[in-house]
Write a protein that binds this ligand. Structure first.
Ligand SMILES: Nc1ncnc2c1ncn2[C@@H]1O[C@H](COP(=O)(O)OP(=O)(O)OP(=O)(O)O)[C@@H](O)[C@H]1O
Ligand SMILES: [Mg+2]
Length: 251
């Protein structure tokens, strides 16, 4: 019954292979490979496709990668956007730099190697979320071009679902806001390697979206208006659906 339902939706049914029931010879063994420090592993393909998950959610998974200086508003805009999306019935998750550093990335610091590892891990986590169909907002300073490239490259190249959003806010404005008092500490030499002060921020050269303090008419933009730019981009690009084929016959 399950197999029939899956097949009717163009999916592969679980394989019932005589080999597994009768035992295997050495020649029949599945090949394994090494990836980094992981040895003798074999990627196990599932039978549920990304498309099916996206149909269930009636949206397309993607990664909105927000990059910008500390205080540029990444977290503020990310959570404003998340709120708007969830209000519209869209499943969304923010992976925020400071929050992820309290858990998964609590063992990486701010050296350039650690910043790279910080980004690599979150890019992998974002890939898992987006491939589950979730609109995934990453709000990390991600100051180095090579790391943002790495994050983009971790995504399957056949899907255009990595949306780099550059918060192009002048450092003077970020420093004026200084919501955590970090610029003050960095200027006083109490924080070393602070982005924009004594560690570089490499501006994105070809982001999908650039957001500035003022709109094209010279009006100051609020966090809500900035989030609206992203919302509209997602909507216009089809990420908010409709995806589900009607009538929906879920399993
Ligand atoms: N238009 C705006 N967009 C976003 N934030 C704004 C705006 N105007 C003022 N702010 C204020 O600027 C601050 C931005 O801080 P926020 O923590 O969002 O920055 P961040 O980029 O996440 O910094 P960090 O990298 O340190 O986490 C907030 O205090 C917010 O209220
Ligand atoms: Mg933040």
């Amino acid at each position: 019954m399950l197999a029939r339902t899956l097949l009717s939706r163009g999916m592969r049914a679980p394989v019932r292979n005589a080999r597994f029931m009768c035992g295997t010879t050495d020649d029949d063994k599945l090949s394994t490979t090494d990836v980094g420090k992981s040895t003798n592993i074999r990627f196990h393909e599932g039978t549920v496709s990304r498309d099916t998950r996206e149909e269930i959610l009636n949206q397309r998974g993607c990664i909105v990668w927000m990059t910008g200086l500390s205080g540029s508003g990444k977290s503020t805009i990310a959570y404003t956007l998340e709120h708007a999306l969830v209000n519209a019935g869209k499943l969304c998750m923010v992976l925020d730099g400071d929050n992820v550093r309290t858990g998964l990335n609590s063992n990486v610091g701010f050296s350039s190697e650690d910043r790279t590892e910080n980004i690599r891990r979150i890019a992998e986590v974002a890939k898992l979320f987006s491939s589950a169909g979730v609109i995934t907002i990453v709000s990390f300073i991600s100051p180095y071009e090579k790391d943002r490239k790495l994050a983009r490259g971790i995504n399957p190249p056949q899907r255009q679902d990595f949306i780099e959003c550059f918060l192009k806010i002048p450092i003077e404005e970020c420093e004026r806001r200084d919501p955590k008092g970090l610029y003050k500490k960095a200027r006083a030499g109490m924080i070393k390697g602070f982005t924009g002060i004594d560690d570089p921020y490499e501006e994105p050269t070809d982001p999908e979206i650039t957001i500035t303090t003022h709109d094209e008419n010279g009006n100051m933009q609020s966090p809500g208006e900035m989030a609206q730019i992203l919302y509209k981009f997602l909507d216009d690009s089809g990420y908010l659906g409709p995806v589900r084929k009607m009538p929906w016959q879920g399993e």
